[in-house]
Design a protein around this ligand. Structure first.
Ligand SMILES: *Cc1c(COP(=O)(O)O)cnc(C)c1O
Length: 446
């Protein structure tokens, strides 16, 4: 067992192909359906996405080459570090046999894992002559990532930002605008979908589902405009696999195999990124890691949702996908982990939860912030509220092993830093945070 703290790969040892989990699924994915319930072919998706992403969406190739121009941009911030959380282990007084590692995706220019897919998506769209990308953003992380990628590849970016986050996180808007993007608080009066929602509820705080409707509507109406999604879809999970592929190489350098691989889950992309390559490794018989997705109790898609076809958005403009869902019209309570407030989940992650290959657990936000602050004071990194869900459960897993007198190696993905989430930490420090149950967005007694 190596005793280093930080495991770094050389840029020349960065993976040059992504991993695609589709050929390894126990049951093939059901096809996306249009609004009438007919299976959709690749042609119908072409008004929204570049052909290269559509191919990846349905690809049965296990490995997909990363374009050279994308690798060149990746090299400005990748490979990302894998860190042994030694200080946290000391604070938790873990015995020698219980170890915590984390893969840190906060080193990207946007401060999260999201550029891993924003960069190839902007690149493929540029290659196909697209001039503008529309998108939605929750916490503002995805909008920032796409704004950066758009600037790097010379594509205009228009962002529909969920209103509750727009108000909680004013600096995210400033970043996106600084990179040249246009930002609206969704629901807006600019689209039919937005006007419809505002007519029903003028006070709507918005949701990812509503913002997606707006962005899709704008893209569908203009030939030179495509839509870009930062999570959920298969090609996004393909792009994020670089996290897990690097982590496997780095854990090998540490001479360690995880017993459990943990990630927070909103639409599923950072979790898929770290977990799918380990799913493949488990299939190969090289490890036996449990794969554990952590979601908020205010939006418990995997633990309380139904597995069925549903739309990806409020206005039913997206294809229907088979996945765990709380219903496309579900508007979650305004928890601070804005990136986890999505009614659905990646069909790939959903299928593997359904088959029992992936486990899921739901946690409350105050317990997550407790863990985030404990982590920050030990390791020095201030985590994003989303990532704090993974930290909560990583700590719980380690403490459970300690209590049981068992050895355990825990690996979690630290999907981003929290430098733009300081209003959330301010609320936590002032003891103003509340927990929400999912039922009717009801507030829980503390
Ligand atoms: C967007 C985001 C998430 C949630 O999205 P997934 O697609 O589920 O990964 C998690 N963490 C951070 C830091 C994010 O920005």
């Amino acid at each position: 067992m190596s005793d280093k703290t930080r495991y770094m790969l050389d840029e020349n040892d960065m993976p040059t192909a992504w991993y695609n989990v589709q050929p390894d699924l126990p049951v093939p994915l059901a096809p996306p359906l249009d609004a009438e319930g007919n299976p959709m072919g690749p042609e119908q998706l072409a008004v929204l996405f570049p052909m290269e992403c559509i191919k990846q969406e349905v690809s049965q190739e296990r490995y997909i080459d990363i374009p050279g121009a994308v690798l060149d941009v990746f090299k400005t911030y990748r490979p990302s570090p894998l860190i042994r959380a030694k200080a946290l282990e000391r604070v938790l007084e873990l015995p020698e046999g219980v170890k915590i590692f984390y893969k840190y995706e906060g080193v990207s220019p946007a401060g999260s894992h999201k550029p891993n897919t924003a960069i190839p998506q902007a690149y493929y769209n540029k290659q196909e002559g697209i001039e503008k990308l529309t998108t939605e953003t929750g916490a503002g992380q995805w909008g920032s990532a796409l704004a950066i990628a758009g600037a790097l590849f010379g594509i205009d970016v228009e962002v529909f930002m969920v209103k509750v986050s727009y108000e909680q996180k004013p600096y995210r808007k400033a970043i996106m605008e600084t990179y040249g993007a246009r930002v609206h608080a969704s629901p807006t009066m600019l689209t039919e979908s937005g006007r419809h929602v505002l007519a029903m509820d003028p006070e709507s705080t918005g949701s990812l589902g509503i913002a997606i409707s707006e962005a899709v509507e704008v893209a569908a109406k203009d030939l030179g405009t495509h839509y870009s999604l930062g999570s959920v879809l298969n090609h996004v999970c393909v792009h994020q696999s670089i996290i897990g592929l690097e982590a496997i190489a780095q854990m090998e350098m540490a001479d360690a195999e995880p017993d459990v691989v943990i990630g927070c889950i909103g639409g599923g992309s950072n979790f898929a990124g770290i977990a799918f390559p380990y799913f493949h490794r488990r299939k190969e018989g090289k490890c036996n890691a449990r794969l554990l997705a952590v979601e908020p109790k205010a939006c418990p898609t995997l633990t309380a949702g139904e597995y069925r076809y549903d739309f990806g958005d409020e206005a039913k403009l997206t294809p229907q996908m088979e996945m765990y869902t709380l219903g496309h019209d579900f508007v979650p309570a305004g928890i601070h982990a804005g990136g986890l407030r999505y009614h659905g989940d990646s069909p790939l992650v959903s299928a593997l939860v359904k088959s029992g290959d992936i486990e899921a657990v739901a946690v409350h936000q105050i317990a997550c912030f407790d863990a985030a602050v404990q982590f920050a004071r030990a390791e020095g990194i201030l985590p994003a509220p989303e990532s704090s869900h993974a930290i909560r459960v990583a700590i719980d897993e380690a403490l459970a092993a300690k209590a049981a007198g068992e050895d355990k190696t825990v690996l979690f993905n630290l999907s981003g830093h929290g430098h733009f989430d300081l209003s959330a930490y301010e609320a936590y420090n002032a003891k103003k945070l509340v927990d929400y149950d999912f039922a009717a967005g009801a507030m829980l007694q503390e």
